[in-house]
Design a protein around this ligand. Structure first.
Ligand code: SF4
Ligand code: SF4
Length: 290
């Protein structure tokens, strides 16, 4: 069983379009939407939710007013200014570090589980989808990504050949949680300055974890000069560009209609050349890696 991560470094490059295409292209897989802060793969895959689970992202302090003597120790000691002068805990500031509970002379502070979101096991016509909804302003998205991947692995280990992971943008904790232990990273970029910089950061991270990374330049024809610059920079880093995809009105239309582009092309008999190009890119990426 092989794990393939689709990643971009920045939002808006077409990463989820590529993940949706991969979900159509590959047989016998589990799909993970690891972009838990802004999940949108479900818009293309139309999952039927089978299981809903609460995500415990951390802890939240709570003061028992009956026991509290208002000594003020917790307020002095809290590094996150989470305790008001009325000894109320502000959930937006409390980091659940537990320090206040150790120093409270009345044992009036308890730490409760903080429900930070939900995660789902769903069925789609393309295979099982593991996805999540993180609550507004909730943290620990890396922990949630790790949870989703663990679930996907449990399902895939039974009889699946692939796990496809639609990764989060950036290079922070959730990206690292999506990256560890995968067999191939497909990095999707676009020919803009920020596209280049963010791609370089993702490539450096992949190199750090010693994971093969291959690059797709999406909408390459919108700035051919910049696309050449990306290719040159990647060549120097010995990173393979496995394909270039032109800007396509049909891809835009497939997103509007909420259909993975490879399915859209066959259904509506539109954008077939672009679809053929994408299939060739996948075929080459997989055959040269596995
Ligand atoms: S340390 Fe304990 S007793 Fe003192 S103010 Fe805080 S909660 Fe109340
Ligand atoms: S758990 Fe930590 S962050 Fe939360 S109120 Fe206590 S000391 Fe402050």
């Amino acid at each position: 069983m092989k794990q393939i991560l689709v990643i971009s470094g920045k939002g808006g490059t077409g990463k989820t379009v590529i993940s949706g295409c991969l979900a159509v292209f590959l047989d016998n897989k589990v799909i993970v939407d690891a972009d838990v802060d802004a999940a949108n793969l479900y818009l293309l895959l139309h999952p039927k939710i089978k299981e809903v689970h609460k995500f415990i992202g951390g802890k939240l302090a709570e003061i028992d007013k009956e026991k509290c003597s208002q000594c003020g120790t917790c307020r002095e000691i809290c590094k996150f200014s989470a305790i008001s002068k009325d000894f109320e805990i502000d959930p937006l500031f409390c980091e659940g570090c537990t320090i206040c509970s150790y120093f409270c002379p009345e044992s009036a502070i308890i730490l409760k589980d903080r429900i930070s979101g939900e995660f789902f096991i769903s069925e789609t016509k393309y295979g099982p989808l593991i996805h999540a909804r993180l609550g507004i302003a909730q943290e620990n998205s890396g922990k949630l990504v790790a949870k989703l991947r663990e679930l996907a692995k449990n399902i895939a280990e039974e009889n699946k050949d692939f796990i496809i992971i639609d990764g989060p943008p950036g290079v922070g904790c959730p990206v690292m949680a999506s990256m560890t232990g995968v067999d191939l990273i497909i990095a999707v970029t676009e020919p803009t300055l920020s596209g280049i910089h963010d791609l370089e950061r993702v490539v450096d991270l992949a190199n750090h974890f010693k994971i093969p990374v291959k690059v797709i330049i999406n909408k390459f024809d919108l700035n051919s000069q910049m696309s050449l610059q990306i290719e040159k920079s990647l060549k120097e880093r010995k990173i393979e560009v496995i394909g270039k995809i032109p800007f396509s009105e049909e891809i835009v239309d497939s997103v509007k209609r909420q259909i993975p582009f490879l399915e859209y092309a066959k259904t509506y008999n539109k954008g077939l050349k672009v679809a053929e190009n994408i299939e060739k890119i996948f075929y080459n990426a997989l055959s040269s890696t596995f």
